[in-house]
Design a protein around this ligand. Structure first.
Ligand SMILES: [Fe+2]
Length: 247
């Protein structure tokens, strides 16, 4: 949930680098090799990066926004607690951003990814692929169905576990406008034990990555709903992983 209601309706919002984590955070070991060791450079953008390909609704398949079905055999569906994730993509003034491509990927209910480099012993679900996409509507809203991903272990300090999470990518009008982040689930105790989450300097920033359980939008006897708004810019923008690299 993002703090859009605390923001003035207009104005310039300068980048607040103190809001984002430091690029080098040794408790998250991978950041040591990934963080820049020299001063940042600003790369001039060319016209093709700014204009780029334009995404349209006609590129989407009918099940792209339903991870319970988009990899499943006919008549079957993915195993796991059924959820709906929905929200809005918003600009710095709280206005909805239409026609943004929102992509998402996640582990299955056991915490395993369908990826050739995945090494976790949890089983694959033959009916779950783990990725999907949708395009925001005129008011910036998006929605997709999935199953609650499981936590999974990773070799950081020997016994670290990622909280249940869904990875998000948001494309704007061209390839130069891509933001990547992760969404967590309200009430998960692992959020507060995760070394990756721990690099976020402010508790308020972490909370902006936690989707709220929304019983009002739950579909009875079907799926629970989680609400996740994504703020692209501004003083309280959602935390984006790729901005750590200096973008
Ligand atoms: Fe992950």
């Amino acid at each position: 949930m993002s703090l859009t209601n605390q923001r003035p309706a207009a104005g310039f919002f300068a980048r607040d680098r103190g809001w984002q984590p430091e690029a080098l955070t040794p408790q998250y070991k991978t950041s040591v090799a990934r963080s820049p060791s020299r001063a940042l450079l600003t790369m001039p953008q060319t016209l093709s990066e700014v204009t780029g390909p334009v995404f349209g609704h006609n590129m989407l398949g009918p099940l792209d926004n339903d991870l319970t079905l988009n990899f499943a055999k006919p008549g079957e569906s993915a195993i796991g607690p059924r959820i709906i994730v929905y929200g809005r993509v918003l600009d710095e003034a709280g206005r909805g951003v239409p026609n943004a491509l929102v992509e998402f990927w996640q582990a299955n209910a056991g915490g395993r990814y369908r990826h050739k480099k995945e090494s976790y012993i949890a089983p694959l679900d033959p009916n779950f692929g783990g990725c999907g996409r949708c395009i925001t509507a005129e008011d910036g809203s998006y929605e997709f169905r999935s199953i609650l991903p499981g936590p999974y272990p990773w070799p950081n300090r020997g016994n670290d576990w990622r909280p249940a999470h869904i990875h998000f990518s948001i494309f704007g009008q061209g390839f130069a406008q891509r933001l990547i982040t992760q969404m967590y689930f309200e009430g998960d105790p692992l959020i507060w034990k995760c070394p990756i989450v721990d690099v976020v300097p402010h508790r308020e920033g972490i909370e902006s990555l936690i989707a709220a359980l929304d019983m009002e939008s739950t579909v009875p006897m079907d799926a629970r709903a989680y609400k996740f708004d994504i703020v692209l810019r501004g003083r309280r923008s959602t935390l984006f992983e790729n901005r750590l690299e200096g973008n």
